[in-house]
Each structure stands twice: as C-alpha cells, then as structure tokens.
Design a protein around this ligand. Structure first.
Ligand SMILES: Cc1cc2nc3c(=O)[nH]c(=O)nc-3n(C[C@H](O)[C@H](O)[C@H](O)COP(=O)(O)OP(=O)(O)OC[C@H]3O[C@@H](n4cnc5c(N)ncnc54)[C@H](O)[C@@H]3O)c2cc1C
Length: 314
C-alpha cells in the first residue's frame, strides 16, 4: 500500500490548485491512501476545502502562530516530524514546493525526486530533464520514504466530491529561529493567476518596452486572460520576474496560450508544452514558435494585437 502525505500550498485564505493536482498524482500510486497536511495559524476553512477534494482520506491540521506565513525553514522540521510511516511525501513543483521539499528530504536523509510527471509504479516515476527535451524514468529506493515534487502542469486537479475527516495534529518539532517572516511584497493584479489561468497571453522581446506591453494587457483583459512574458522581456525590464514563463520561470498548462513576439526558444517552450492550443503571432514566418503553434499569424504584432483586442471588445 502507498501512504501519501501531501503538503498543501495556501495563502492563509484559500488552497492553491497545485494541491489538488498533487492529489491527482498521488492517487495514481498503487493502493493509494492520500492525506493532506495543512500548516496554518487558523486553518479550519483551508482544512474544510482540502477535505472536500476527491480521493483525500484524511486532512491533518497543524494550527500554530508560527505557521501564519509558510516559510520553508519553519515548515520543513514539522513535515519531517509528521512523516512517520508515510511511504511518500509530496509537494507541488511550484516556488513553494521547490523551496520546501528539498529541506524535508534532507531532514529525512533521502534524495528528492523532482518534477514527477507520471507514476510508473510505487517507486518508479517519469520526470522531464534538459528543459523537457528528454524524459527520464527514475526509481527511488523502496525502503525509504519518497520525498518528491509533482509537476503540476502534468495533472488535472481532482474534483470536490470528497468528504475526508479533519484531524487536529499535534507534533513535536524544534522550530528554528534563524528565519522569520518580515514582509511580503507582491504585485497586485486583478487578472487571473498566471500559474492556474485557463488563458494566458504572453509578450516577448519584440514589444520593445514596458509601455508597449499595454497592448498585451488590453488583449488579455478582452480575453479574461493572465499575462506572461519571455525571459528576454523580463530581463529587459518590461515586466516583473514573476511573469516569466519557461524553464526558469513558471511551467503552465493553460487551455489557450497566445505567444506574441516570442521566438520559441526551447527554454520558453518547456514552460508551455502542456498548453491546450498555442497561438503564435510573429513577423518571422521561420520563427521556431510556429513549429509547435496550432495557429500561427505571421505579421507585425503592433498591428495585429490592437486589432484583435478591439474586435474582442465589440
Ligand atoms: C538557462 C537558461 C534558462 C532560460 N529560461 C528561460 C525561461 O524560463 N523563459 C524564457 O522565455 N526564456 C528563457 N531563456 C532564454 C531563451 O533562451 C530566449 O533567449 C528567450 O526566450 C527569448 O525571448 P524572446 O522570444 O522574447 O526574444 P527573441 O528570441 O529575441 O525573439 C523575439 C521574436 O519577436 C519577433 N518579432 C520582432 N519584432 C516583431 C514584431 N514587430 N511583430 C511580431 N514579431 C516580432 C522576432 O521575429 C522574434 O522571433 C533561458 C535561457 C537559458 C540559457
């Protein structure tokens, strides 16, 4: 039997969809028993949301003031203390999980399996390497807990037909005081979250400046879409780093991805390879993005994009 503990990612108010995707991955393990851990200050609402996820057996809630902000250094010893007889401990391959899970693995004295994209057996997994250009099958030792991150773009979130029991969990972990929360600085936006949006419009270097990104925002707003960018656009300072899509940015799987003035470097493509439909707008008919695009528009973005946005607003 596989006994899996999933560490929920949340912002104190709601659970990030990455958690339901981890549940989907975990429930593919043989004879899976899936529990979800909520570390929070006051996590009743979060626990109830986790309990409603399909395939979840039990929700373990650890409420204490130190968990008001989910710092990896504070969480890791608590997760390690909760590990007990779990055969697998999973977190999402998001910034949250990539920060936390290696610390958990280190505390448990095991190696981490990163970016699970498919389950091949209780200890056999597939994961992408070389920016998604090759897929590796890895086998973890069966006599140790498997600490892993789940590639969320490879899984659909489970539904909400569950009714798991919620248990207050008390644990004995020594919490370090070398790391403490000072402040969270995050850009505010009314647009959908880039990581989970069903439609994403991204701009590249071709935009040529921060002010020109306005046409991307207008098109995104007309579509109710999130906005992303290539690394070149981020490095040039057109948009903040949190909008970067790709190998060193966000790996996303929207139903519709519109790449505007983006050449299609492999490091960018690795972030969108699970997208449903890819539309590319580029003035160079030979741009590599057209090799993977389902729909390609060859032309000047400064003409096409405003026309598209206007047509959609009518
Ligand atoms: C280790 C590593 C990690 C990386 N990680 C990432 C990552 O996470 N994400 C990422 O995106 N990149 C990443 N990169 C960078 C990547 O290799 C490319 O340099 C980058 O994606 C290029 O961005 P771009 O397509 O916007 O720019 P360019 O490659 O310069 O492409 C611009 C495109 O715009 C088109 N264009 C120009 N003017 C117009 C116009 N008026 N109308 C229409 N089209 C026009 C051009 O034909 C061209 O195809 C990484 C690189 C390395 C080495």
């Amino acid at each position: 039997m596989s006994k899996i503990l999933i560490i929920a990612e949340h912002d104190g108010a709601s659970i990030n969809p990455s958690t339901a995707k981890c549940v989907a991955c975990a429930s593919g393990l043989p004879d899976a028993e899936v529990d979800v851990a909520i570390f929070s200050n006051e996590g009743s609402t979060l626990a109830a949301a986790a309990a409603s996820m399909s395939s979840v057996r039990k929700v373990l809630k650890v409420d204490q003031p130190v968990n008001e902000h989910l710092l990896a250094a504070i969480l890791a010893p608590q997760v390690a203390a909760m590990a007990g007889d779990y055969s697998h401990i999973f977190g999402p391959s998001t910034t949250f999980g990539k920060d936390l899970m290696p610390r958990v693995a280190a505390l448990l004295g095991v190696n981490q399996v990163s970016d699970i994209m498919s389950i091949e057996g209780s200890h056999r997994f597939k994961r992408p390497v070389y920016a998604g250009n090759a897929v590796l099958t890895v086998e973890a030792p069966s006599d140790q807990p498997v600490v892993a991150t789940v590639r969320t773009a490879s899984y659909q979130a489970v539904g909400n037909e569950g009714s798991a029991q919620v248990e207050e969990f008390s644990l004995d972990a020594s919490i370090p005081d070398h790391t403490r929360f000072v402040e969270l600085s995050a850009g505010k936006s009314d647009r959908p979250d880039l990581q989970t949006a069903s439609t994403v419009v991204s701009g590249g270097r071709a935009l040529g400046g921060a002010e020109n990104f306005d046409i991307i925002y207008k098109l995104a707003d007309a579509l109710g879409a999130a906005v992303g960018a290539s690394r070149a656009a981020v490095d040039a300072g057109y948009v903040p780093n949190e909008m970067q899509v790709g190998q060193t940015g966000k790996i996303i799987a929207p139903d519709l991805y519109i790449a505007i003035g983006i050449s299609g470097a492999i490091q960018h493509l690795t972030g969108i390879k699970d997208a449903g439909t890819i539309v590319a707008i580029n003035k160079d008919a030979e741009a590599p993005i057209f090799e993977i695009a389902d729909i390609g528009l060859v032309g000047d973005l400064f003409t096409i994009v405003p026309e598209l946005a206007e047509a959609l607003q009518k």
